[in-house]
Write a protein of this length. Sequence first.
Length: 223
Amino acid sequence: MQGWTIRHRLLLVGLAFLAIGCSRGQAGAAGITTTSSATALPVATPAQVLRETKADLDNDGTVEQITLSQAGDHPELAIASVAGLANPWRMNLPARVSVTDLSTQDLIADRALEVLVLGRGPEADLFQLWVIRWHAGQGQLLKPKGGPLDGGDSFRSWFYPPLVDDLDGDAVREISVSVKGSDPHFLDTIVYAWDGQAYSRSDLYLMPPRIMPTAAAASQATQ
């Protein structure tokens, strides 16, 4: 009888250890499942504000908030009335463009302000200028018309930023860009003037600048 009691007790102890092991195994499995599901959730990257300003763009008495930010590869421009910031108009800029300036100007002398975004890239020696007209709560890109820039969204200028100035004294600003010419050491210049509907290639002549030496130009000059 005593032997049977010892064997019975050993059997009970074994069953108790087995029950504890199963319980720990289930807890461990539950812990692994919880951890893997938490790490699988995407982590939101907060947008970094690059530039921002406020202005009454369409001269209607309502101030607009203009913000340039970046959360991924593409900088983003957002424009919205201060009273309705929840629904901004948005535009993505190309990837690998470094924004260097954000400003507002009345380019076409209509008492409204255009938004000018200046960036550099994606090529190291390329500058790009985006011009946005604001009307009825929406942005409209004023694109270059004619010449090598025709069909593009921006005014692209090599080695020098686009020049925005009143070149002919009519109170409307022209946009001049530098383009590569046949001689690798010099640039040609194209002037775009406002024709009432778009910035079209003009017959205005502006003395083109000399190319600043770069590694590529210096290498070509020594060959």
